[in-house]
Design a protein around this ligand. Structure first.
Ligand code: THU
Length: 127
C-alpha cells in the first residue's frame, strides 16, 4: 500500500479519537508484512494515566489478529504538524518491527516525512 493511502486511513481514524481532556486527537494506521492494515485512535480516561495512544491502539489490533511484524505506521493529528510517536509508543513499536525495520510516516505542510524507527529510537530495549 502507498504511504499516502496509509496516511489517509490515519486521518480517518483520528476522527474517532476520544480526547475530551487534552483535546488533542491522534489517528494511526499501520501496515504489516502480510499486507494488512490496522487503525487506531487515542482514547483518554478521567483517570488521566490510563490514556492509550493511537499508535498503541493500532498495535494492539494487529497483535490481536496475530499479525506481529509491522513494516510502517502513519500518524496524524489535526492539532499538530508532523505528529511523531511518544517515547512509550516508540518502544512498543520496536517490539514488533519487521526484519527490514519500520517506517514512521508523519505529515504536515511540506507533505509526508518518512523516518526509520531505528533513527527515532536508537538502541531500543530488547530482551
Ligand atoms: N498521543 C497519542 O495518541 N500518540 C502519541 O504519540 C502522543 C500522544 C495522545 C495521548 C493523549 O490522548 C493526547 O495525545 C495528548 O497527549
Amino acid at each position: 500500500m502507498e504511504y499516502q493511502e496509509l496516511m489517509n486511513r490515519a486521518i480517518e481514524a483520528s476522527k474517532n479519537s476520544y480526547s475530551p481532556y487534552s483535546k488533542f486527537a491522534v489517528g494511526a494506521c499501520l501496515l504489516t508484512e502480510k499486507g494488512n492494515v490496522y487503525s487506531g485512535c487515542n482514547f483518554e480516561n478521567s483517570s488521566f494515566g490510563l490514556t492509550i495512544c493511537a499508535e498503541r491502539n493500532a498495535v494492539g489490533s494487529a497483535v490481536a489478529a496475530g499479525d506481529k511484524k509491522i513494516k510502517a505506521i502513519a500518524i496524524y493529528s489535526p492539532n499538530a504538524q508532523y505528529c511523531y510517536p511518544c517515547g512509550a509508543c516508540r518502544q512498543v513499536l520496536n517490539e514488533f518491527k519487521s526484519e527490514n525495520g519500520l517506517d514512521v510516516i508523519t505529515t504536515g505542510d511540506e507533505g509526508l516525512k518518512i523516518s526509520s524507527l531505528d533513527e527515532l529510537l536508537p538502541e531500543g530495549f530488547i530482551l
